[in-house]
Design a protein around this ligand. Structure first.
Ligand code: THU
Length: 136
């Protein structure tokens, strides 16, 4: 359920490791088989290795052989205080395009269980480039 995923994402934001931006993000990814994968952003002192919460969740799942997803919930805020909606960055939208159906995959951006918005991947990444473009 979306509200349960939002609660889990909010509870997990404490695991975010973002000492440079102080912007903490947490995501909960649902696979088509019902499994949940969590992720938080993890920053590096050399900056470029920094990875977003969404990609951590997706890569955790893919690394365990799960490649079909139906939804991701994202929450974020400075110092871990979630006051506004946080939308996935362009790089994460592209990685979603690699694994998710743009017409049906749901991206839920939330402040709390009563304040959230739901978009399809296609809405947030119109005309995205994906695996289908590489088919002959
Ligand atoms: N970040 C995420 O983890 N997900 C988003 O959707 C937006 C940005 C992270 C990356 C970086 O650690 C911090 O937030 C500030 O950009």
């Amino acid at each position: 359920m979306i509200k349960e995923d939002i609660r889990l994402a909010l509870d997990n934001i404490k695991f975010s490791s973002a000492p440079y931006s102080n912007f903490n993000v947490s995501a909960v990814l649902t696979a088509k088989n019902g499994e949940k994968f969590t992720g938080v952003n993890i920053e590096s002192a050399s900056f470029t290795p920094t990875i977003c919460a969404e990609r951590v969740a997706i890569f955790k799942a893919v690394s365990e052989g799960i490649k079909e997803f139906s939804r991701i919930v994202v929450v974020g805020g400075l110092e871990g205080v979630v006051k506004e909606l946080t939308t996935p960055c362009g790089v994460c939208r592209q990685v979603m395009m690699d694994y998710c159906d743009p017409k049906t995959f749901e991206i839920v951006i939330a402040v709390d269980e009563d304040n959230y918005e739901v978009y399809t991947l296609e809405e947030l990444l119109p005309k995205g480039f994906g695996p289908k473009d590489l088919e002959g």
